[in-house]
Design a protein around this ligand. Sequence first.
Ligand code: R5P
Length: 279
Amino acid sequence: MDWGWQNRMARMFPAPTGRTVMLAVDHGYFMGPTHGLEVPRQTLAPLLGLCDAVALTRGVLRTSVPPSTTTPVVLRVSGGASVVGADLSHEALTTSVEDALRLNVSAVAMSVFVGSAHEHESLVNLGALVNQGEAVGLPVMGITAVGKELDKRDARYLSLASRIAAEQGAHVVKTYYCEDGFSRVVEGCPVPIVVAGGPRLETDRAVLELVHASISAGARGVDMGRNIWQSDHPVSMLKAIRSIVHEDCTVKEALQALEEARLAPTAREPRADASPVRA
Ligand code: R5P
């Protein structure tokens, strides 16, 4: 790949670790104003400078991210379905590579729905996006989406979907962690894997264990949203995740730092606006 592609990848996976902590705030593209992300500008303000990249849509980028930011942007370019519609897998490419370049992003991202009614379209669209991205030096991240079928997330399915996305040419694959056999998912995928967090977990420990287990199994980072910005202390949670990804901290160490930050009276963090809409 040419220098531009390499530069974009190096910015998303910065030295010295070559790992990444991406902040995912793209949920509104099918969920609307999800709890914790009702006002993206407010959610992003304290977090943008602390992540290695931010994953969002062009609507949130243009309205809620200062153009002066130096944080690399991973632009979601697929959509076309909603959480109240008939089929979440019925997506297409909705944002052009030309617009992605105009927005000066570091990568584009789209979901693939392996095993769904629209498997074929999503995989063909991924191949087309890779063709267009490689022509202009834009890395492409394939996201192995499961829609509402969260139970699908076992090693067999995630290996299959991740490998298929990589075979279509995705340069990075975002998938889920699974307790049994996640290292097989990583081994079977010839490009870097980053792990999504999924719906909010019950405890901080569970979040940090997921991150630690993912990195230990060979993931090159995380691309997490709800478990950060739905947390009672998003900044401290993001920092704790960073300590595992970039400093090889144990869960115990990260949890201790998180507890200290949480209990410090001066470090209380403002919550995003409350809203009756919850995801
Ligand atoms: C779906 O909306 C996106 O792909 C999210 O970016 C992805 O699910 C990661 O966010 P979370 O950690 O909240 O699952």
